[in-house]
Design a protein around this ligand. Sequence first.
Ligand code: ATP
Ligand code: MG
Length: 328
Amino acid sequence: MKTIFSGIQPSGTLTIGNYLGAIQQFVEFQEDHDCYFCIVDEHAITVPQDRLKLRQNIRSLAALYLAAGINSDKSTLFIQSEVPAHTQLGWMLQSISYIGELERMTQFKDKSAGKETVSSSLLTYPPLMAADILLYKTDIVPVGDDQKQHLELTRNLAQRFNNKFNDIFTIPEVHIPKVGARIMSLQEPTSKMSKSDENEKSFISMLDEPKKIEKKIKSAITDSEGIVKFDKENKPGVSNLMTIYASCSGKSVEAIEAAYAGKGYGEFKQDVANAIVDVLKPIQERYNELINSEALDEILDKGAEKASLTANKSLAKAKKAMGLGRVK
Ligand code: ATP
Ligand code: MG
């Protein structure tokens, strides 16, 4: 059975982008793969976080994974900081990463742009992400399009380690969904939707109420043409709404174009909002049952224990290969 690893940062409440680009595929993968799903809280602290809010977001993210269909009997769900092997291997991989290649990462450039101070961990984030993946002998990493570059670096670091020391790491493949891999911001449809965006109107949170969803979709930036047509270059706003609609309803982009021919944006936007509400409503109901339950803690305890077993074995091999510590 092939192994899957994927992580999400507790840096805010998940957006419809995270759902369509990541979680939705996880649910399918868990049927016939050995899956590890990680709440990567150590990645979240690469930018400033409020302590109490972070705690809340970690728990909320765990509940959302489960509410969206992750089954703890089939998959391992755990919190990164509860498995210390991640930062340990992350440090080791930093020592074979070059500053130049880390500075070239677009996420680093985007997240550091315009900031007065930038943490060094924002730069060294990709070797930690590589450690997350490599500890579990991961074959496939299902992510949105924005993580492609980090995945390429993970593969390079694994290969570099294997060549330099010992051939111990599996080289992972990236898996990107065909539709929904890059959901764009509702307010700035040329940038990707992000849960850490300061402008709340730019994203649909998975916990937004129906009224709020409707309001955000109605105020989403489109154009003055009034034609529902998929054209990413010239009509990024409308195309983004079409992608969201297609992913939430299962309808094809062509069918959506045909259905709204000659109708303008009013009815179209209402239907997009309804399709999102239909997807999120059952997830929100399950979320409310889980968020304050003891079962949630039990699942996370069990997950950390199971993940540690595999991760510690890989860490021991990597330390031996690098010559760290004593021979035991
Ligand atoms: P942040 O703004 O804190 O970086 P984020 O919304 O980018 O948050 P991440 O935790 O970085 O979310 O990524 C979690 C997963 O969601 C990754 O697999 C990523 O590729 C995917 N993802 C993030 N944004 C989008 C998007 N706009 N469309 C599709 N997939 C996305
Ligand atoms: Mg991100």
